[in-house]
Design a protein around this ligand. Sequence first.
Ligand code: PLP
Length: 375
Amino acid sequence: MKPIQMVDLVGQYQRIKPEVGAALQRVIDSTAFINGPEVKEFEKELAAYNGSKHVIACANGTDALQIAMMALGLRPGDEVITASFTFVATVEVVALLGITPVFADVLPGTFNLDPADIERKITPKTKAIVPVHLFGQVADMEAIMAIAKKHGLYVIEDNAQAIGAEYTFSDGTKRKSGSIGHIASTSFFPSKNLGCYGDGGALFTNDDDIAKKLRRVCNHGSEVRYYHEVVGVNSRLDSLQAAILRIKLKHLDEYGAARNRAAAFYDDAFKGMEHVHTPVRSGTSTHVFHQYTLRVTGGHRDGLKAHLEAHGVPAMIYYPVSCHLQHAYKGDRSPEGSLPVTEQLTREVLSLPMSTELDNEQLTHITATVKGFFN
Ligand SMILES: *Cc1c(COP(=O)(O)O)cnc(C)c1O
C-alpha cells in the first residue's frame, strides 16, 4: 500500500508533470514574471469557469480577505459578522484593520454560519457578513443575501475551501461558490482544491466599480503608476503560479469528482456506526470535500485519532480551538459558552485523509482502522 498522507500532492503532479514543465519553461523564457500575460489569461479563465464577471489575482487568500475589506472602505469601529469555527485568517484580517469581528454560531449539520444567529448579532455598526464555505460546501447564501439586503450590508464569501462547489437557489437558479456575494476571496495554497506550487489567491466580483477598487488596493492604491489615490498593499500572483493554475483549473471538476468518490467510500463504510457521524450534505450546495470531516461523539474523538495515527493513518482536527476562544481574539462579546455549536464541534470533529489520489486499498485500510477502534 502507498503510505497514506492527509493530502497527497505527488500523484496529482505526476499526471500533469510534462504540461507543467513546459508552461514553467515558457514563462521563464518570456521573463514576464510579474503581471505577465499568464496572470491575465488565468483571471479570464477563472472568471469564465466561476460565472463571475471579474477575477483579480493576488498573493494569497488572507490578503484577498483584507483587500476586500479595504476596498469596501470598512473602518475601525465597524463590525463584521463571521464564523468562529474557521481558519483564523478570516478573523485576523478583520482585527488587523481595526474592525470588530463579531462571531455567529454555525449549524451542527453543515458547519456553516447559522443565518438566524447572524441576524441576532446585527447592530447599527455592522457593515458586512463574511460567510466561510467550510470544508467544501456553500453556506446558506440565499438566506444570507436576504439578511444583507434587508440591513444594507456587504457580503464577502470566504471561498478558500469551496471553489468549484455549486449552490442552488429556491427558484432553481444555480451559481458557483464565490459568484454570489458582493466580493469573494479564495486561496491557491498548495493543499487547497485548486492549489498552486507556492502562495496565491484571488478576488471575485460581479460589480465593475468594486472590481476597480479591488485592483487599486492590490496595486499600492494606484491606478496610474506613481499616483496613489488610496492606501493600498502590494499583493500579486506571479506568472509562474498563474501558468500552473491555468493547467490545474482545467482539471478542477475532475478533482472534485475524485474527492467525491473517496467521500462516498467513507460514507458507505461508516453507515450505521453509533459514534461516527459522516458529513451532512447541504440540501442547496454540492460538496467539493476540501475536508472530509467526521463528528465523533461519546468522547471518542481523541482516542480514535491516536488509534489511527498508530496504524499509519493521519487525521487532523480542523479546528481544535475556535477563534472566539483564541488568546488573540477573546472578548467579552463572545465568552466561553456563547457559541454552543461551535464549541461542541471543536470537541468532536476529525478530518480523515482527503485528496484526489486516494485509492481503494488506502480507503479500505482507513475505514477498517476506524471501525477497528470501536470493536
Ligand atoms: C486557507 C484559508 C485562508 C487563507 O488562505 P492563505 O492563502 O493561506 O492565506 C482563508 N480562509 C480559509 C477558510 C482558509 O481555509
